[in-house]
Ligand binder design. Structure first.
Ligand code: ZN
Ligand code: ZN
Length: 321
């Protein structure tokens, strides 16, 4: 550790699993300057909010964090979504397959790419977790609540950096758990969003897969996520090319999908279709075989759009027949 380092005067350490953007805005607040000024002084004026800085961070920012804090390289890397490389995704093009897009337009966010737990956001330390950007994150297993992806009052996307807008001289006028549009609290009564046992079981499996880097299906977790999400996309696809899988899922899992609006793109559709995708892959080879033969599903129904099929899924299919 270099004790001659000039540490940022208002330095605060990132919280456990905190997203860089969340830590950054809290850091600016501690320094009593706006994020724009902070970047000007310490990041060579690197643009922050007109890009997905958590997913695509310039090296310069990481170097400056290294220079002005006591954080190790590993701690710095773990602030960013690239730390899921080889766990959640492998190839670059699969990042946007597994990490929710924010729909960035200048400083605006058009899409609900950042989720949050209403329980965690009501705690003593208010910050945004890295795993709330993942398309596979549906539940907070600490609070046993379903994650939300927009303001419960006005339905705007979560966009905490815009809480600064309009206040020239200072800082955030509000804590991070306030909606930047309507200024209502993002918190809602937990009794309105309880996680079902099935969703908790799903999330435990997903979290363990990410932590371990493997699961009972494959020794490469990213190959599991690749199949999981590609199957989910087929279930919600509007294309008639996937009608056999869509129909099979809707009949087999009617109790989960009956209340879902397939014409919307809301979180309920994403949540329930991902759960169904998970349940299909959790079937034993015998049950999977019955499922496929009941609905006349073939190997190509699952794989015809995939540029390469992971070996575990080839085996999974082969073992079922
Ligand atoms: Zn929580
Ligand atoms: Zn709002």
């Amino acid at each position: 550790m270099n004790l001659d380092k000039q540490i940022w005067p208002g330095y605060i350490p990132p919280e456990n699993d905190e997203l860089f953007s969340s830590w950054f805005i809290r850091l600016c607040n501690e320094h009593k300057i706006k994020s724009h000024s902070f970047s000007k002084i310490y990041f060579n004026n690197a643009p922050i909010w007109n890009r997905d800085v958590d997913l695509y961070c310039p090296e310069l920012i990481k170097e400056k964090i290294k220079a002005y804090t006591f954080l190790s390289n590993t701690q710095i890397e773990s602030l960013f979504l690239d730390s899921y490389q080889d766990l959640l995704f492998n190839e670059n093009k699969d990042k946007l397959f597994t990490v929710n897009s924010l729909g960035i337009l200048h400083r605006k966010r058009k899409l609900n790419g950042l989720r949050y737990c209403p329980g965690c956001i009501d705690g003593e330390k208010i910050y945004f977790r890295k795993n709330w950007r993942l398309s596979t994150s549906l539940v907070c297993n600490t609070c046993n609540l379903m994650l939300l992806d927009n303001c419960p009052t006005c339905k705007s996307p979560i966009c905490f950096h815009r809480l600064e807008t309009g206040y020239k001289s200072s800082l955030l006028e509000y804590p991070l758990n306030i909606c930047w549009v309507c200024k209502n609290n993002l918190y809602i009564d937990p009794s309105k969003v309880p996680a079902t046992d099935l969703l908790k079981q799903y999330q435990t499996y997903i979290d363990n897969t990410l932590i371990n880097g493997y699961n009972d299906k494959t020794q490469y977790s990213f190959q599991y996520f690749y199949i999981l999400i590609s199957l989910q996309k087929k279930i919600i696809s509007k294309s008639s090319g996937w009608s056999r899988i869509k129909n099979a899922s809707r009949i087999e899992y009617e109790s989960i999908l009956c209340q879902v609006d397939f014409n919307s793109k809301d979180l309920s559709l994403l949540r329930n279709s991902l759960l169904v995708s998970y349940l299909i892959l959790q079937k034993s080879p015998k049950n999977f075989k019955t499922f496929c033969s009941n609905y006349n599903l073939r190997y190509s129904d699952f794989t015809k759009d995939l540029h390469k099929v992971p070996f575990w899924f080839i085996n999974f299919f082969r073992d079922s027949f």
